[in-house]
Write a protein that binds this ligand. Sequence first.
Ligand code: SF4
Length: 255
Amino acid sequence: MDFEIKTRGKELFLALSTVTLILMMVITTVLWWFVSPRLHEISELLAKLSLTALRIFYFVLVFGTVFVYLTSYFERNFLIARFAVRSFIRILYPITVFLGRIFGISKERLRESFVYLNNSFIKAIKKRFDSHEILILLPHCLQCTECGIRITVDIHKCQQCGKCDIGELTKLAKKYNIPLAIATGGTLARKIIVVHKPKFIIAVACDRDLVDGLREVFPIPVYGVLNERPEGPCVNTKVEVKKIDLALESLLSKS
Ligand code: SF4
C-alpha cells in the first residue's frame, strides 16, 4: 500500500512476543528434560515422539516469528507468511499479553502495538481491490448520542448533519461506492462479514474490539484504525476520516 500507515509502536509487541517465544522454549525444554527419564522408562518410542513433537512446535514458532519480522520490516508479502503469521497470532498473542501483565505493561498499550504490527502487514499487500471487495466496518459509538436516527439498521439513513463523523463516512462510501456498515458487537460484525464476503476490511474501533476482530477474521486483511475517545470509551468517539479516504484511494483498482 502506498498510503501512510502508522506502524511505529509495533516494536513493543514484537519484542515482548520474542521474549515470550524464548521463555516458552526454555520452559518446555526444562520440563521435557525433567520428564524424559520417565518417558524412556515407559517407552523409547514415546520419548522419541515427544521430542520430535517439541522440535516441530519450536520450528513452527521460530519460523512464524522470523516471517513476522521479515513481513513487518521489509513490507513484502512473502508467500509463506500467511501460515507464519497465523501461528504467531494464534499461539503467541495470548501468552504475550499474559507476560505483558507480569511486566506491568497495560493491555491497552499492547493491543495498540499489536494493531500497528497488523497494519505493517497491510503495508506489505501490494494488490488493489474492486470497490465491492472492500468493506468499511464502524463502531456504533461514532454516532452522536443525541442523534435519534437508527443508523445501525441502515447507515445510509444518516442525514449528514455534521454532528458526528458518520456523515462524512457515508459521503466517502458513496464517493467510492464502498459497502459501509455499523457493527454493534462481534456477532453482528461476523454476520456482516458473512453477507459481504469482503477481501479487504477497513475497521474502525477501540483497541480491544480491533484486536478481537483482527484475530477472528484472519486471514482476511484488515486495516485497523483506532478511534479517538475525547469523551471516554464508547461515547461520541471520533475517527480521522482523511485516513480512510487516503487508504481507499490507494486500495482501489484504477479502472
Ligand atoms: S451525522 Fe448522521 S449519524 Fe451523525 S448525528 Fe448527524 S444524522 Fe446522526
